[in-house]
Design a protein. Structure first.
Length: 277
């Protein structure tokens, strides 16, 4: 894979975009990946329940890696119970877990509540989309190992078209950090209650603009310049100047203004991460 280490965020993102197709090909040719892709293609169509999915180690591992849940592979009992739960029941496990990637996996696999089959798994188009997802996740994770700013920006680009509400942003740690940096919102804002955070972001940016790829690129440029400045990422002076010029505006004629928020003293063992629960 192509290393993005030692680069400014914007340069790294552009290099990734320029080499994306080649990196996807490399991901598919990786020995471990190729074996899991083959196992998925050969056996996913015959799997008829979450229990059978988890019993097939190679296919189960493929699915978990495709949804960026590799660190939870060993939680088989929890994953099975989640996939068997009924999303229409507010108390179901799938609705109580904080990680949005698990919910995404639940909806994409589409098993019948109670441990039944899925109408998706034997569809060739669905299988092809899953393989694309698997390869995309592999290259994104590989890129992020060397460049944290690029990782966050690339995560945003990969998810932007699926964002419908500010809640979609705030429940995802990477998306939240991206938007705070891009819109000049201090990290301390996570200490404010969720409704006030949403209202704050609504004042800063029309989330419907994320359906426009040009607006997404503007946000990425802006995030990159601010992230590198805040984190002290070293870049060539001409690159910094170019990025900063592109980062001072978004949309037509709107100017960037960093904001400050008075955060009341939080007591009672409050954790900033609690908004993701």
């Amino acid at each position: 894979m192509i290393s993005l280490g030692g680069m400014g965020t914007q340069v790294a993102v552009k290099l990734f975009d320029a080499t994306r197709d080649k990196q996807l090909d490399l991901a598919a040719s990786n020995a471990l990946n190729a074996r899991q892709i083959k196992a998925f293609e050969e056996r996913i169509g015959s799997i008829s329940s979450p229990q059978e999915l988890i019993a097939d180690t190679e296919v189960y591992t493929f699915v978990m890696r495709a949804f960026d849940l590799e660190d939870q592979i060993f939680g088989k009992a929890m994953i099975r119970k989640t996939l068997e739960s009924d999303i229409t029941d507010s108390s179901a496990l799938v609705n109580r877990l904080s990680d949005p990637k698990i919910r995404d996996m639940y909806l994409t696999l589409g098993f019948t509540p109670g441990g039944g089959s899925s109408a998706n798994l034997d569809k060739l188009d669905w299988q092809a989309e899953m393989i694309d997802r698997f390869k995309e996740r592999f290259v994104l994770n590989a890129a992020g190992e060397d460049n944290e700013g690029a990782r966050i920006a690339l995560e945003f680009k990969s998810k932007a078209s699926e964002i419908d509400t500010w809640l979609d942003v705030l429940k995802d740690e990477d998306l939240g950090k991206f938007m705070r940096r891009a819109l000049g919102v201090p990290d301390e804002a996570i200490q404010v209650d969720l409704d006030r955070q949403i209202a704050l972001f609504e004042q800063k940016f029309d989330i419907e603009k994320l359906k426009d790829p040009a607006e997404v690129d503007k946000l990425v440029s802006r995030f990159s310049a601010i992230y590198d400045a805040v984190e002290g990422v070293s870049t060539a002076s001409s690159t910094v100047l170019s990025l900063m010029q592109g980062a001072v505006s978004i949309g037509q004629g709107s100017s960037f203004t960093a904001i400050t928020i008075d955060i009341p003293t939080i007591t009672g063992g409050y954790s900033a991460s609690s908004i993701y629960r």
